[in-house]
Design a protein around this ligand. Structure first.
Ligand SMILES: [Zn+2]
Length: 354
């Protein structure tokens, strides 16, 4: 669908050819605003993928890599709980949905290189598609990132990695600065990624509308994408009601949960968790997501590394599937919820990179 880019800070509207990811005027985040009402298309290819939702994606020349169409499995011990298996994606996390859109845009604007900040999965996904597209990836990775992920990103995806002495937010500052002073497309938790991530929600809603949707939170881009997907599907007349959204963070890094539950400002918190995929001290889309959560009556829950470890083992014993700690945060949150016997929930299993 044709679109413009609107600044969430000052409201300035940029043409779709604006190739920076943040507002030139105020530094605010941009949002893809469609000119018209997107519609659900028929699935011509037969294989489920994010491209079924092309009308809900920013118009562009994309390579239609096989991303999305992930399984929705029923949990064997949690009652009416379904698991959206995002580790079915090519690089084993939901990040692929956004990466293919970002890489498509980088290519369209004529860039040969991309840069990103990452705790691991983001760079793992982006550098994979950058390589497929014949582009080079520069990665600023947080100091506590999983060494195995770093090795794959460097050796398999040929990315140029700088390990930052600090957390994700420190890496993010490096990436933004690097993009400004080099001819490189800034990728990561920005507007185009959010559009790709919406497809996860559409896939769930096309199967069932649960009472609860459990969403793991790192930068809160997925959380923010959930609310945008709900708005767009409602506007298109495809759904009438939406699930209660439940945001989950690791106890050792829960700035959004704390801010939301205490009705206070979002404040940076130094990450102290082994769940590297969701270890973000100040979520990029945090404030935006909190506003949406307040108006939608959402819930926010923090879970400990130990609780995630228990779910990780259970999921493996039950289904033979290995998910990462952050990937099963949603299941750990479900154990703390008071769900009615007739209520249904969908837990997003966000990644499986160990
Ligand atoms: Zn602005």
């Amino acid at each position: 669908m044709d679109y413009v880019l609107k600044c969430l800070g000052c409201g300035h509207v940029y043409k779709r050819s604006y190739d920076a990811q943040v507002c030139d005027r105020c530094g605010g985040l941009l949002e893809v605003a469609y000119k018209g009402n997107p519609k659900r298309l028929s699935n011509e290819s037969g294989r489920p993928s994010i491209w079924e939702y092309a009308d809900f994606l920013p118009k562009g020349e994309y390579k239609r890599w096989a991303v999305g169409g992930t399984r929705l499995l029923r949990s064997q011990d949690l009652g009416n709980v379904y698991m959206k298996m995002e580790l079915d994606n090519p690089t084993r996390s939901f990040k692929d949905r956004g990466s293919v859109i970002e890489i498509g845009k980088a290519k369209e604007y004529g860039f040969k290189r991309i840069v990103c900040a990452s705790t691991g999965n983001m760079a793992y996904s982006l550098s994979y598609y950058a390589k497929l597209a014949g582009m080079r990836a520069k990665v600023f990775i947080s100091g506590d990132a999983n060494p195995d992920k770093i090795r794959y990103i460097r050796d398999l995806h040929d990315a140029d990695i700088t390990r930052v002495n600090g957390d994700f937010n420190a890496a993010d500052r490096f990436a933004r600065r690097y993009a400004k002073s080099n001819d490189v497309f800034l990728t990561g938790d920005y507007c185009y990624r959010k559009e790709g991530q919406k497809t996860l929600v559409y896939e769930i809603f096309d199967r069932l509308i649960p009472d609860y949707l459990i969403v793991p939170v790192g930068n809160a881009t997925l959380l923010s994408a959930v609310f945008k997907a709900i708005r767009e599907y409602k506007a298109a007349g495809i759904i009438k009601r939406a699930p209660k959204v439940v945001a989950v963070e690791a106890k050792g890094c829960s700035p959004l949960v704390k801010a939301f539950n205490s009705n206070k400002e979002l404040r940076y918190e130094a990450p102290k968790t082994k769940a590297d995929a969701i270890a973000v001290g100040f979520p990029v889309y945090g404030n935006e997501a909190i506003n949406e959560m307040r108006s939608e009556g959402s819930l926010a829950i923090a879970v400990s590394d130990k609780e995630m470890g228990t779910e990780q083992k259970k999921l493996h014993d039950e289904q033979g599937i290995i998910a990462e700690l952050g990937g099963v945060a949603s299941l750990a949150a479900l154990r703390k919820m008071d769900m009615g016997s007739r209520e249904k929930a969908v837990a997003i299993i966000s990644g499986g990179n160990m």
